[in-house]
Design a protein around this ligand. Structure first.
Ligand code: ADP
Length: 471
């Protein structure tokens, strides 16, 4: 089967979060299963772009409203990622360093989607299925079906994968003119709550819709940032497929970012060496338990609770633990967390940046990873942490509930709590400190976690089964 993934992100070309990790891994594992999976994404101006060789495979043009654009499709030459990676360049729109966050994101991603379809229209062969990811690409199912220009492609089945339903890409009706001429009596498919809602439109028009964990799909039926009724109505085509982890990137045995590689057999010594190195860099005492938080500092991740939780935890257990934060996001949370850097020198530090290498070193060297998320569609951090023998301390929600079992339960291995609240975080940190003091139990937990196979093989096959059901 030939699959074309359309996405705003793909690791290692451009990453803002879990979407990139999934789109960088899933096609690789689909190819291993004997299929041909390819990825097309915007040509963001990233390091990967400049460090690799590309060839131009297509040039075209299109109109979007009153604007005329020329675009170029390039392909990575050496099959470095184990799948074909295509990038689309549109001068003036996609030639930026960051992936998101510009005032004209609506124009940027609408144009990207039109360019993908223009290219697809002229490609010698057709994919058997198109898998679009999140709202940035969710107008494609509508455009394929109802824009006259693409009528000849209208029977290509499309799956929409939702990595995060909080962001829906809302745009005013004045932007409806951006879409190439379409069947105007279908306007209701674009609409949700009086605006064009690309994610809602994708849910209505795609043949299948999946989220990145079964638990998250169930939650969306109750709470989906305004789309609950739609998810319930479209329930029949909705399912959840748990993400896996890419062992060629996230493997303590081969990870080139970490100081000392280790396996299930020598993890005690291996983790200790990595912890010593990390603690040295931040001036921490390596004998103390080390907590970390890695991620976007936003409400979904409950990052706003961190400053108070940390202040109260130090008040309760002064000199008993270290805490390291890596993230970026809400400026007020960043500011509060940075202010704490001078308060417990030698015990606490925070880095407000995106740093892939440091994140690997933190997963490898830490004892506990805190994830108090209010919403977590799948969550990859907890899976990476487990792979590296770091105990996840998570709120039971979405994919976290699907992947972490409390160590108090039979065969459990993590620490779970129910509420995104400071009290629950503090209680869980107390439990973590207790676990840290019981070395034998802690090591049992570590070994159990490291042996869990959250592999992409099984999930990649589930995607194939999903596509097969709409052929
Ligand atoms: P999200 O909701 O952000 O997609 P996920 O848990 O699905 O959350 O994926 C987060 C991914 O982004 C992980 O690979 C994590 O290590 C990475 N990540 C998040 N923030 C940072 C950061 N500041 N520096 C490095 N990596 C980060």
């Amino acid at each position: 089967m030939e699959i074309l993934h359309v996405s705003a992100e793909c690791y290692p070309m451009a990453k803002a979060g879990g979407l990139a990790d999934v789109v960088g891994a899933l096609p690789k594992y689909q190819n291993k299963l004997g299929h041909v999976a390819k990825v097309v994404m915007p040509m963001h101006r990233t390091r990967f772009l400049y460090d690799n060789e590309w060839e131009t495979v297509h040039k075209g043009s299109f109109s979007m409203g009153q604007f005329f654009y020329e675009f170029t499709v390039i392909k990575e030459k050496t099959n470095k990622l184990d799948f074909d990676l295509y990038c689309i360049d549109i001068n003036g729109l996609l030639d930026r360093e960051k992936i998101y966050g510009y005032d004209d994101d609506t124009e940027r991603f609408t144009a990207f989607q039109i360019a993908v379809l223009e290219w697809l229209s002229r490609w010698e062969h057709r994919p058997d299925v198109v898998n679009v990811h999140d709202h940035h690409t969710a107008l494609i199912p509508f455009m394929l079906r109802f824009c006259y220009n693409y009528h000849h492609l209208s029977n290509i089945p499309v799956t929409l994968t939702i990595h995060n339903a909080q962001y829906q890409g809302w745009m005013g009706w004045d932007k409806g003119v951006y879409l190439p001429a379409w069947d105007s009596w279908r306007w209701g498919l674009l609409e949700w709550d009086n605006t064009i809602n690309p994610l809602a439109c994708g849910i209505k028009c795609a043949d299948k819709v999946n989220t990145v964990s079964p638990g998250y799909m169930e939650e969306l039926m109750q709470e989906a940032n305004g789309l609950e009724a739609l998810f319930n109505y479209e329930r029949g085509k909705c399912s959840g497929i748990l993400n896996g982890i890419d062992y060629s990137v996230w493997n303590p045995k081969t990870d080139t970012y970490i100081l000392d590689n280790f396996t299930e057999k020598d993890y005690e010594a291996g983790k200790l060496l990595n912890k010593k190195q990390l603690c040295k860099e931040f001036g921490f005492d390596f004998k103390l338990p080390l907590f970390i938080f890695i991620g976007r500092l936003v409400g979904e991740k409950a990052a706003d609770l961190l400053p108070e939780a940390i202040i109260r935890a130090y008040a309760e257990h002064r000199d008993k633990f270290s805490f390291l934060i890596l993230g970026s996001g809400d400026p007020s949370v960043e500011h509060e967390l940075m202010l704490l850097n001078n308060r417990w020198i030698g015990y606490y530090n925070s880095r407000m940046e995106y740093n892939e290498k440091l994140s690997h070193q933190m997963y490898a060297g830490a004892d506990f990873l805190l994830m108090p998320s209010r919403v977590e569609p799948c969550g990859l951090n907890q899976m990476y942490a487990m792979r590296y023998g770091t105990v996840p301390v998570v709120r039971r929600t979405g994919g976290l509930a699907d992947t972490v079992k409390d160590y108090g339960e039979q065969n459990g291995y993590g620490i779970c709590f129910n509420n995104a609240s400071v009290e629950d975080i503090l209680h869980s940190m107390r439990r973590a400190l207790e676990l840290y003091s019981e070395t034998k139990k802690l090591n049992e937990v570590r070994l159990t976690m490291m042996q869990i196979k959250n592999s992409w093989e099984v999930s990649a096959q589930k995607y194939i089964d999903l596509y097969s059901s709409i052929q």
